[in-house]
Design a protein around this ligand. Structure first.
Ligand code: SAM
Length: 291
């Protein structure tokens, strides 16, 4: 599969990371390698980039695309960043980038079961070796837990109606495909504006399946153990739940003299970038320096 992929806020990320000749940079969400490629252009022969991703398919595409002996690719979750680096004898880094969420490949490949237009089985696992999928959530979660994740991770105020509709449907037939779930939701609640009524539910499921909020908290904490003094942390988030965690993490660590925020307000794509890459529109970049 070929996916046209444009990395988000590249100029801003490289300005904040400020890659040095012989620096070690961790791309904790290497995906299809867009940001890593730019960092590789800026470092010298003695520099290196470690690209981490939990998705083996993304790593395969990136290893074929970016053939560079300064790039080391590792499969795993970024919450395990210390172990992943230790296994390569790396103990510290000059910069770490987290570009959160799913990649275009996940959204555009119907068989991955992320998109509500797809007739594929509900899935949404970023790591396909993981057993637990969106199908399990919809099949097994009690109504109250469906309501909880829809409210918490989808910020969906119509959670009760949606959860009830799912529970009613599954009492006679299992909810198997993405489009089946999207139809159940479309029948339960009215469309508001241009956004598909299932958007927030799908976001909530994806976050639950991949434990995205826990991963983010653990990944940020682990990054502090690896960053050298003067090293830079950059995080791109795509929704308010993620951005809140990042904002509070930087603020709290700044209070204790562990980090210094590099920007007061998060950086966002300009009109030109949004026009060229509409999926960048919700991106927010925050950066901090390790003190
Ligand atoms: C927005 S994409 C990154 C795109 C990348 N910056 C590029 O330019 O191609 C996010 C990537 O992070 C990966 N990912 C998300 N959560 C992860 C986690 N907890 N650990 C490791 N990888 C993760 C996803 O599989 C996905 O490939």
């Amino acid at each position: 599969m070929t996916v046209r992929h444009l990395p988000v806020l590249v100029r801003e990320v490289t300005t904040l990371l400020s890659p040095q000749e012989s620096g070690t940079y961790i791309d904790a969400t290497v995906g299809l390698g867009g940001h890593s490629e730019e960092i590789l252009k800026m470092i010298g022969q003695n520099g290196r980039v470690v690209g981490i991703d939990r998705d083996a398919e993304a790593l395969k595409i990136t290893s074929e695309k970016l053939r560079d002996n300064r790039l080391l690719l590792k499969q795993g979750r970024f919450s395990e960043i210390e172990d992943l680096l230790r296994s390569e004898g790396i103990r510290e880094a000059d910069g770490i980038l987290f570009d959160l969420g799913v990649s275009m490949m996940h959204l555009k490949e119907p068989s991955r079961g992320f998109s509500f237009h797809s007739d594929a089985r509900l899935d949404m696992r970023m790591d396909r070796t993981q057993e637990f999928s969106a199908w399990d959530v919809i099949r097994t979660y009690p109504e109250k837990d469906l309501i909880r994740i829809l409210k918490e991770y989808g910020e969906e105020y119509r959670a009760v109606r949606i959860a009830r509709a799912i529970v009613n449907y599954r009492s006679t037939k299992s909810v198997d495909t993405c489009s089946e779930l999207a139809d159940i939701i479309s029948r339960a609640i009215a469309r508001r504006g241009k956004t598909h009524p299932a958007t927030k539910t799908f976001q909530a499921l994806r976050i639950e399946v991949n434990r995205e909020m826990e991963e983010l908290r653990e990944g940020l904490t682990a990054s502090l153990k690896i960053l050298k003094k003067g090293g830079r942390l950059c995080v791109i988030s795509y929704h308010s739940l993620e951005d809140r965690i990042v904002k509070n993490f930087i603020r709290d660590n700044a209070k204790y003299g562990v980090l210094r925020a590099l920007v007061k307000k998060p950086l966002s794509p300009d009109i030109r970038e949004i026009r060229e890459n509409p999926s960048s529109r919700s991106a927010k970049l925050r950066g901090a320096e390790r003190l």
